[in-house]
Design a protein around this ligand. Structure first.
Ligand SMILES: NC(=O)c1ccc[n+]([C@@H]2O[C@H](COP(=O)([O-])OP(=O)(O)OC[C@H]3O[C@@H](n4cnc5c(N)ncnc54)[C@H](OP(=O)(O)O)[C@@H]3O)[C@@H](O)[C@H]2O)c1
Length: 264
């Protein structure tokens, strides 16, 4: 079954419309969209300006997990988008809670994705950035022990950086807490401007509170999960920000929403 593009809005470039028969911004009945990485890259491009893109999956009733993991929400198409977002980013940022819960492997990418990156003058692998205040991390976990390039641990200045320094570069920002804005600025200084965050909810809640989210790619999984699991953002209530729809893509019963902050 093909991808179906339901809505595309003007911030996308008109030349990315393969059908070319409707003006950008029109609401079409389902329109087929090319499968494969290039089709997705046109819908989820690298942005001209530095940005933080966040990628999450949730059930229809807003659950972020089934039985404590996101895997129970997965369905057709989300792996392709997940892989495509990783392929185009400069750095992947993930909270320590998600690294542990989801047993993250090293960020290696497929051979095709690495070839795509090299052909677009990007380093073969994106940076892997783990956010941790406590540095209570399993350094035997594959994300460290099998890493093709040294991961970065983003922590605060009082953290015992020597604990992880043999397996990762350390960026220490903030006093007692990780200063996420300063961490992002430090990544920009290293040339990583296209940042992708895969969560989890505690980290997303903090990023929203600091108004650091440029884009949210949300997969809606066609399931009702009921009470229990949390939402995609957790923590103290904070800022409320209006976002702007960029597109709706669907595959079978899955919906893929891309929202960006206005001006992005
Ligand atoms: N549905 C989805 O798309 C999706 C995506 C991701 C995760 N998940 C699920 O979410 C759960 C894990 O999420 P989580 O919320 O527990 O953990 P998380 O957001 O992945 O990580 C939280 C951890 O990040 C570190 N941290 C450092 N500074 C922080 C700051 N300023 N704000 C927030 N965190 C900071 C802390 O690590 P230390 O404790 O080391 O100090 C904190 O405990 C799992 O069940 C996972 O399956 C679902």
């Amino acid at each position: 079954m093909p991808w179906r593009l339901v809505v595309r809005l003007p911030a996308q470039t008109a030349d990315a419309d393969p059908a070319g028969d409707r003006p950008a911004g029109s609401v079409s009945a389902y329109r087929e969209w090319p499968t494969g990485p290039e089709g997705l890259v046109r819908l989820y491009p690298r942005n001209p300006a530095p940005t933080l893109r966040v990628n999450f999956i949730a059930s229809l009733d807003g659950a972020v997990t089934v039985d404590g993991l996101s895997g129970g929400l997965h369905g057709p198409g989300d792996k392709e988008i997940f892989d495509s977002l990783r392929m185009v980013c400069d750095a992947l940022i993930v909270g320590a809670g998600t690294i542990k819960a989801e047993k993250y492997d090293a960020l290696r990418l497929t051979e095709a994705a690495r070839a795509w990156r090299l052909s677009h003058d990007l380093p073969e692998f994106p940076l892997m950035v783990i956010v941790s205040r406590s540095l209570d991390l399993d350094l035997e976990q594959l994300i460290f022990s099998d890493a093709p390039i040294r991961p970065i641990v983003l922590t605060h200045r009082q953290a015992r950086a020597e604990r992880v320094a043999h397996v990762a570069d350390v960026i220490a920002v903030g006093d007692g807490e990780v200063d996420l804005a300063a961490g992002i600025a430090a990544l920009h200084e290293r040339g990583a401007t296209q940042l992708l965050c895969e969560g989890g909810p505690a980290l997303l809640g903090s990023l929203i509170a600091r108004d650091l989210v440029g884009e949210l790619c949300l997969t809606v999984s066609p399931m009702l999960v009921g009470g229990g699991p949390g939402r995609i953002a957790a923590g103290a209530p904070g800022l409320v920000r209006q976002m702007s729809l960029r597109h709706i893509l669907s595959l079978e019963d899955m919906l893929f929403l891309r929202y960006a902050r206005q001006g992005n």
